[in-house]
Design a protein around this ligand. Structure first.
Ligand SMILES: *Cc1c(COP(=O)(O)O)cnc(C)c1O
Length: 360
């Protein structure tokens, strides 16, 4: 067996221990004589798997009891619509902060449901920073304020939690959930597609404050209604069973590892290895404001974009893949989620230094 260093933004690298365990359990989960994919979602085995996944997630993030945890299907993109459908509550307006491609997509979807106010935008500097709190203009009668706390494409991460004066705060945390501790009580709703930092594609986590649900607008499909899903333990219909199981294994891996404080310490160290090379160099450049740089998704450019293909070929020869930047930003992007070992990051920075020596 050989494993490659996979810098994909998502679906992305998963912990090797988790994959190995899933492999061991593939044909016979805990003596049940069946694999998890073959289990009835109503059977005691799978009900146990889902309950344990929820309780491990609650303990990792210290989720307060007045928050519901949902494991839904449809990806983070479906939440772009589900959020206004559930949270507008007859208010007819919601505010959005735009810091890149994903928050832009969320705005676009919300516009079909309500009057969208742009509370702040980083478009003036090509989405390379997080607008400071003082620049936010939140309407006090908005149903909620939505932002994306880590823009996967642009590599902009909020390292602080916005204050919205009582208006519920909603975040798309798809690409950095569980990379650091998070004070859930500051949020009305947190959501994240699994395929970046949690597990396979197909499952989306929604953490929502209890008092915000139960007011879905008329016409909301039942599977998108947070209250109905919460009452049904996310099993109004067949959930993404294997995705929930895999996420549960990742939660256990994180707990064994020492939890999110330890994971954050590691993530800072990993990101610094790359940013140190970028900052010490005239050859490489990071487009993102220093204080808003993501620890998970690190875009960078080479001094001469004609060298991009050569850089990528050399990386691949050294067993490093998916370093090509998103077409919108260009250049390179290294996604270094929780499951990327520090050895993979070291391999990348060694290569970056060597490449600069040769071509810089
Ligand atoms: C990947 C991503 C999405 C979209 O996820 P899908 O599962 O493809 O719908 C949304 N927001 C962010 C921040 C992402 O990284």
């Amino acid at each position: 067996m050989s494993r490659i260093w996979n810098f994909s933004a998502g679906p992305a690298v998963l912990p090797q221990e988790v994959l190995a365990r899933a492999g061991d359990e593939m044909l016979d989960w805990h003596g049940s004589g069946m694999g998890v994919m073959e289990m009835s979602h109503r059977g005691k085995e799978f009900m146990g798997i889902a309950a344990e996944a929820e309780s491990d997630l609650r303990s990792l993030l210290s989720i307060p009891p007045n928050y519901k945890v949902l494991f839904l299907a449809g990806g983070a993109t479906l939440q772009f619509a589900a959020i206004p459908m559930n949270l507008l509550g007859g208010k007819g307006k919601a505010d959005y902060v735009v810091t890149g491609e994903w928050s832009r997509k969320a705005v676009k979807e919300a516009e079909s449901f309500c009057d969208v106010g742009i509370a702040a935008s980083a478009e003036d500097r090509k989405f390379t920073y997080a607008p400071a709190q003082g620049a936010w203009k939140v309407r006090s009668d908005a149903a909620y304020v939505h932002y994306c706390s880590n823009e996967t494409i642009g590599g902009v991460e909020f390292h602080w939690i916005p204050e919205t004066g009582g208006v519920p705060l909603v975040t798309d945390a798809s690409s950095h959930i569980l990379s650091r501790p998070l004070d859930v009580s500051r949020f009305g709703l947190i959501y994240a597609g699994a395929q970046k930092n949690v597990g396979p594609a197909g499952m989306t986590i929604v953490i929502v404050r209890e008092d915000l649900i139960g007011h879905a607008q008329k016409g909301t499909p039942t599977v998108l209604d947070y209250k109905l899903q919460a009452d049904a333990g996310s099993m109004l219909n067949t959930p993404a069973t294997y995705g929930i199981y895999m996420a549960g294994l990742v939660f256990k891996w994180l707990k064994q590892f020492g939890g999110l404080a330890e994971m954050e310490r590691r993530n800072i160290a990993k990101a610094n290895l790359i940013y140190d090379v970028l900052d010490a160099s005239r050859f490489y450049r990071s487009p993102v404001a220093k204080e808003d740089r993501s620890r998970m998704n690190i875009p960078f450019t080479l001094a001469d974009s004609n060298l991009d293909a050569t850089f990528l070929e050399g990386a691949e020869r050294r067993g490093m893949i998916q370093l090509k930047g998103h077409r919108i930003v260009g250049g390179m992007r290294a996604s270094i989620y929780n499951a990327m070992p520090v050895e993979g990051v070291r391999a990348l920075v060694d290569y970056m230094r060597e490449f600069e020596k040769q071509h810089g």
